[in-house]
Design a binder for this molecule. Structure first.
Ligand code: UFG
Length: 338
């Protein structure tokens, strides 16, 4: 059983990935500082898989603590790096915190990988690096645009750090540029737990359908899209988790061709915000009152992925559709206490 270090392992995507790793016979070692997730995730993962993953609470910005972790676990075969602070608005208000946290943690991790000779790393990047793309669907060759937020910039900077490190060391990097992950594990045991008023579309939408919010505010109705609202490529978080397994397996089976590889992880299909509202209502039978309000600063008009590289090189394709995404998001919403 190969041991895979998962940073941010109790978070939304990290915990879904831990489940997929366990189901594929890997031994995930989860680390997290629990600043944005709860230790109960371990119970939930155990309930779903029958296995309680090993967990260490560690502050990745503490270099000595990271060294001790690697010293205590000489059998780490590969790393999946999710840990990051990720609220766009908060990053605009507190850029130093965002840069320090997301960059220093990555530097400490890479220092340890170099020292303890752990070569493969899969990095959690984002389609945010493309900004407003010049053509759609966007491929991995599209130019990287100036980031609109410090959060987005940390993703770009971490990609640069990883690329340069891969050139100078024998560390092998796969950066996965996620589009918009939504939904939850079908068991409704784990899911996204937004703090306070949600900023992402789906938690806001499910809270509105539940009556917690009076209506969904749709940001902008005058974009140059088929119905005037923004277009995104929404993918199921379980499909996204599986993309990490595909990337790790490419690395561990020595199939990685370049020391730095990057893949778009999306479905390839763009839906507008209004399409999403209608599809949610159809999948769940619940009405979502909405209002069209002003555009939100920093939103791109439309972005969806060209997924051919992921399909060709990782052998990965999204399998779940909007209905699965919405059913699981709704089942999870009904379990949350607000
Ligand atoms: N939206 C609304 N109302 C809401 C929330 C969102 O209309 O209450 C719209 C947004 O304007 C956008 C779409 O729904 O058109 C999706 O918005 P999200 O906030 O759910 O996701 P984003 O596309 O803004 O976020 C993505 C990634 C983030 C990343 C961000 C950076 O999911 O991790 O891009 O630009 F930070």
């Amino acid at each position: 059983m190969k041991k895979i270090l998962v940073t941010g392992g109790t978070g939304y995507i990290g915990s879904h990935t831990a489940i997929e790793l366990i189901s594929k016979g890997y031994q995930p070692l989860l680390i997290d500082n629990l600043s944005n997730s709860k230790i109960e995730r371990l119970d939930q993962i155990q309930k779903i898989t029958g296995v309680r993953p090993e967990f260490v609470q560690v502050e990745m910005c503490d270099g000595a603590a990271m060294r001790s972790l690697f010293q205590a676990h000489p059998d780490i075969a590969a790393v999946i790096h999710f840990a990051a602070v990720l609220q766009v608005g908060e990053s605009v208000e507190n850029p130093l915190f965002y840069y320090r946290n997301n960059i220093v943690s990555t530097l400490n991790l890479l220092d340890c990988m170099k020292e303890f000779k752990v070569k493969p790393i899969v990095f959690s990047s984002s389609c945010t690096v493309y900004g407003n793309p010049d053509s759609l669907p966007v491929t991995e060759f599209a130019p990287i645009k100036e980031a609109v937020s410090p959060y987005g910039n940390t993703k770009k900077m971490c990609e640069d750090i990883l690329r340069d490190t891969s050139k100078a060391t024998d560390i092998d990097v796969i950066s996965l540029r996620y589009f918009n992950p939504i939904g939850n594990h079908a068991s409704a045991e784990i899911g996204e737990e937004p703090h306070g008023i949600p900023t992402h579309l789906i938690p806001y939408l499910t809270q509105t359908a539940r009556g917690i919010r009076p209506h969904l505010n749709i940001f902008g109705g005058d974009y140059a899209t088929h119905d005037g609202t923004c277009i995104r490529d929404y993918l199921h978080v379980v499909d996204l988790a599986k993309a990490h397994i595909a990337a790790i397996e490419r690395q561990l089976s020595k199939k990685q061709e370049k020391q730095y590889e990057v893949y778009n992880i999306g479905t390839g299909i763009g839906y507008s915000v209004l399409d999403m509202v209608q599809a949610f209502e159809k999948a769940t039978g619940k009405a979502v009152p909405y209002q069209i309000v002003d555009r939100r600063a920093g939103d791109v008009e439309a972005v969806y992925a060209d997924t051919s590289a992921a399909s060709e090189k990782l052998g990965w394709k999204a399998e779940l559709g909007l209905e699965d995404m919405f059913r699981s998001a709704w089942d999870w919403e009904l379990k949350l206490e607000h």
